[in-house]
Design a protein around this ligand. Sequence first.
Ligand SMILES: [Zn+2]
Ligand SMILES: [Zn+2]
Length: 112
Amino acid sequence: MVDPTLMCTKHLLGEHVELHMFVGCLVRKKTLSGYFNKGLLEVHSIRARHAALAREMLRRGMQHKSPLQPFRSFKMGKINRRQSKLELARRCENCQSLINRAKGPRAPQRVR
Ligand SMILES: [Zn+2]
Ligand SMILES: [Zn+2]
């Protein structure tokens, strides 16, 4: 749930693959409770999040040929967005430098 423009390509693609995996699990009614328990998944945000990641992939000149398979969305899960961003910055130097650059004093506020 970090702004896709602040993610390194590896994490951008990684989360994209995960979203497809989540939908696959939802369709096959596999349990995702581990993700819910850790606050890593919001079912109701999957569709919009996938669209945002796909848009950023195209913007970086990558291909995106994998529409999300149809699934029934419902309200479930809660992601802590601030926590996710801190965690990503802590775990990945590349994401960290993108996030820090965006935090710079003269960086315009992103309106989305
Ligand atoms: Zn996709
Ligand atoms: Zn990264």
